[in-house]
Design a protein around this ligand. Sequence first.
Ligand SMILES: Cc1ncc(COP(=O)(O)O)c(C=O)c1O
Length: 428
Amino acid sequence: MPFTSNQDFKSAPRLLTRAEGHYYWSEDGRRLYDSFSGLWTSGLGHRHPKIVEAIKAQLDELDYAMAFQAGHPKAFELAERLAALAPDGFTHVFFCNSGSEAADTALKIALAYHQARGESERGRFVGRARGYHGVNFGGMSVGGIAANRAAFSASLLSGVDHLPHTLNQSENAFSKGLPKWGRHLADDLERICAQQGAESIAAVIIEPVPGSTGVLPPPEGYLQRIREICSAYGILLIFDEVINAFGRLGAAFASERFAVVPDIITTAKGLTNGVIPMGAAIVTEQIHDAIVNGPPHAVELFHGYTYSGHPVAAAAALATLTAYKEESAFEEARSLEPVFEEAIHALKGRRHVIDIRNAGLMGAVELAPSPVGPGARGLAAHKSCFWEEDIVIRSGGDILQFSPFLNSKPDDIYATFEKVGRVLDRME
Ligand SMILES: Cc1ncc(COP(=O)(O)O)c(C=O)c1O
């Protein structure tokens, strides 16, 4: 089981056998409300009819197309649609199968870009404490989750520095939306540039709003400051929008929401509404043109996956993008933000709650760890919600995480937090 306490899970497996709209059904026949939209994936709801239909039609037409040296039209159509959704200047897309692959693809593109421009000394990366960029060696190295790195630390990438994370509960606990305090934490990038030599740094990679480590909204002005420093030193800025994109922050991309434009955007989850694996790195014309250069017969980027731009995933993604537009999903998500903010912050003062954070439709309720050990209380809350309150929530350590559907009913959002409150009241 990925990122799961296997022994605990096997003692009482939580098995989901069917899903529709905003609900799952469990193996024991109960209907459970999904407060996490899959795993931040399925903002439009489960088994969206138009996405399901598109996949079925694709399978009747073309199951797979050789991905190296050949292609198929839907991958190109999807690349154009994605580039059109992305900020101005983004023109090209490299497809992969997950957020982890998107992160490693972006890091490699950053290195290839600098090399193509004759700056191959730019080989270092800067990530951030509590950043999550998946589990492959590149993403793990720039990531900043101690537990994810611990067993593998002997062989992580060298040449990586980490910015400090922006969570400060003594200054910002229970902030609603973006905290006011903390912009200056971006200045640490200046320190890293001075220490390592800015000319040795290829890229900075951050999630605009880190999700997996418990929703850490950026302090006001922080992302702008990171952008300024990167631009000043010719360092590429990669926004990992695997969670943030596609309405989670009330816009197609976090970069649009925060009006800060990076050089590369990675994405995955919401790209197909979670229906089928797909990830992507979206790049600017400048990056594309620097790399896609040289003799016409030559391979320009020695990178790719057998399933890059897989036809079934491409069909699912095209249908997903159409559904986002037809259903005004990003606008609807944005209009739900005040409801979500009010409902989640209503847990302030409840038992064990030490902080509540929200940005867009991303939210976290942090619990004090129990004497049993870190993570025990979070897992207990997840299990009580599942077995006793018929809702699926995620816990990461002792942080309960929430990712409501973009088209949630307000009453369901309020009911979610009433149920979570009841669980907390009952818990040791
Ligand atoms: C920001 C971010 N990047 C990368 C990943 C890795 O994605 P995947 O699990 O699809 O490999 C995740 C997964 O949660 C993520 O949140």
